[in-house]
Structure formats: structure tokens, C-alpha cells
Design a protein. Structure first.
Length: 315
């Protein structure tokens, strides 16, 4: 119990910032448009800076691709399992299978993981993220677009993937790693200031993300039964698979450290992607309430479950 409290204390700053965001919403201190602009700042500037620096400084190995492939395959399988079990749940919303797969890494995962395991280990989380973000772009988003407004050309999906700032940050970091760019920049005081600037920008990610999530969190107390059931099924699928992946692949086959295993478990307890409501233009009010409540409740569950991850896989 003491270990859990210590781990929870490390996440507590994120929780307090989340409460700050909720308070700012309640007192109407910030407009929704401002929050939207802060999200754009995170997705397009601060998070890419985090990933660029993380991959530029990481020790990269080819065998990491095995994790990427497995996570992608598990995401596809979760979508299929969702379709299979949906008739048994009594939940008729067509978005139910989508809520069992994919993870909100960008607007939550990186923030909470780095708060406990440090920016230097963010690349380990990003390796796990590559599998699911590939799934989201090439499987989940096209599926949601089909439900909302019909299919889009595959070439457009590929183009969007490689234009995404997060992906560009990862690719840029890998290139910088291979040519030793950060070492070159750090060798001269003026160019070293560029690296320092990137570090300052990257440091904005966690507080901005926590405030935005807190501001946008919505829970309608009378409509939580189905969201709670959905989250329970989601965790029942992902948590055992995370344990197995760590034991059989990450630990035994790849012989990676405990922080890599923490990255896997952190990913697998995250909420579904927050982009799902963006593709619900044809949804009913009941379906929209169900999805938003599921995402909000899953966010709260993640924060307290992540403290347990910190106990099982100490930084």
C-alpha cells in the first residue's frame, strides 16, 4: 500500500493539473476555442519536440520492430473481438468496437509516462506507440470515416500519416540520431541554444496536456453503466495481454529493461483515442453521450491504474 501511495504521488502533479483544467472550465476562465488552440500547440509543436529529442538521444535497435508489429496485430484483434462480443453486451452503438482498441498516447500517454519515468525514457513508450498509431491511421480512422461520411482513398491516408507532426518528430529524431546531430549542435554554444530551446518547448507538453484533458472531461453520472462495462471489457482484454507480452517477448525474447515493460503496460491501460468523437457526425445524442462518457471515465481509471504500473515497474 505504501509503494502504491508513493507511485500515486508521482502522478499527483498530473492529477492536480487535470483538476486545474476542470476548474478553469467551471469558472469560464478559458474559452473552448482557446483549449482547441492549446491542443494544436501540443500536437503540432510540443509533443513532436519531445519525440524528436527522445529518438535523437535513444539507443535504437532493429528488434524493436517486433514490438511494433505485435502491438499493431493486437489492436486489429481487439477490433475483431469487439465486433464479436458486442451482441452479448446489449450495447448497440456502432462505435463500441472502436472503443476497445487504440490508445490515447498523444494527449495522455506521453504526459503521464514521462512524469514518472523521465523524458530520457520517452522513446521506449514511443516504440510501443508506433504499432498503435499505425493501426489508428490505417485501420481505425478509415473505419470511423466510413461510418461517418464514406471511405477515403488509401493514398490520402498514407499522405496524412507522413504529414503528421508526431510522425515527423519521430522520423526526424531517428535521422538526427544516425548522424549525431545533437552532439554536433551541443559542441558550439550558439547552436547548443537550439537544443535548449527544444527542451523548453518539450517541457510544456505535460502541463498543457493535463490542463486540456481536465478542461474537456465530461461525466454524466446517470449514464455510466455502459461506459463502465466497456472499460471493464477493454481492460480485461489489454491487461492480460500486456503481462504476457512483457513476460514472453519484451523480457524473455528481447531482454529489455523494466521501463520498456512499464511502457507496454502504460499504453495498454490508456483510454481509447480521443479522436473518435470527431468522426461521429451522424451519431445520435445517446451514442455521443456514451462515447464521451466512456472516454472521460477511462481517463480517470487510467490515472489511478498508472500508479499501480509505477509499483510493479519502479522507475
Amino acid at each position: 500500500m505504501t509503494a502504491y501511495i508513493h507511485a500515486l504521488a508521482k502522478v499527483l502533479p498530473v492529477i492536480l493539473l487535470l483538476l486545474l483544467g476542470a476548474t478553469l472550465n467551471k469558472i469560464k476562465f478559458l474559452r473552448p476555442e482557446t483549449i482547441g488552440e492549446l491542443k494544436k500547440l501540443v500536437v503540432n509543436v510540443t509533443l513532436p519536440a519531445v519525440l524528436f529529442l527522445a529518438f535523437a538521444r535513444a539507443t535504437l535497435e532493429l528488434n524493436y520492430l517486433l514490438i511494433v508489429v505485435i502491438v499493431f496485430a493486437l489492436c486489429v484483434l481487439a477490433l475483431l473481438v469487439g465486433r464479436w462480443v458486442q451482441p452479448l453486451t446489449g450495447i448497440r452503438a456502432p462505435y463500441f468496437p472502436s472503443l476497445l482498441t487504440g490508445f490515447e498516447a498523444g494527449m495522455m500517454g506521453y504526459a503521464i509516462f514521462s512524469s514518472v519515468y523521465g523524458v530520457a525514457n520517452v522513446y521506449k513508450f514511443a516504440v510501443v506507440d508506433l504499432g498503435q498509431v499505425t493501426f489508428v491511421f490505417f485501420v481505425l480512422v478509415p473505419l470511423l470515416e466510413r461510418l461517418s461520411s464514406g471511405p477515403k482513398p488509401f493514398t490520402a491516408t498514407v499522405a496524412n500519416f507522413f504529414r503528421t507532426p508526431v510522425i515527423l518528430g519521430i522520423l526526424g529524431g531517428i535521422v538526427a540520431n544516425r548522424i549525431g546531430l545533437l552532439g554536433l549542435l551541443s559542441s558550439w554554444p550558439v547552436s547548443a541554444s537550439l537544443v535548449s530551446t527544444l527542451e523548453i518547448v518539450a517541457g510544456l507538453t505535460t502541463p498543457l496536456v493535463a490542463i486540456v484533458i481536465g478542461y474537456e472531461m465530461r461525466l454524466q453520472v446517470g449514464s455510466l453503466a455502459k461506459p463502465a462495462g466497456t472499460i471493464g471489457l477493454r481492460l480485461l482484454y489489454w491487461v492480460p495481454l500486456g503481462v504476457l507480452l512483457n513476460l514472453l517477448v519484451v523480457g524473455r525474447v528481447l531482454r529489455l529493461d523494466a521501463v520498456f515493460q512499464a511502457a507496454v503496460m502504460t499504453m495498454f491501460i490508456l483510454p481509447p483515442p480521443f479522436v473518435i468523437p470527431l468522426f461521429m457526425r451522424a451519431a445520435s445524442d445517446a451514442e455521443r453521450t456514451y462515447v464521451v462518457n466512456t472516454l472521460s471515465l477511462a481517463t480517470l481509471v487510467t490515472l489511478f491504474a498508472f500508479a499501480l504500473v509505477g509499483v510493479l515497474y519502479p522507475p
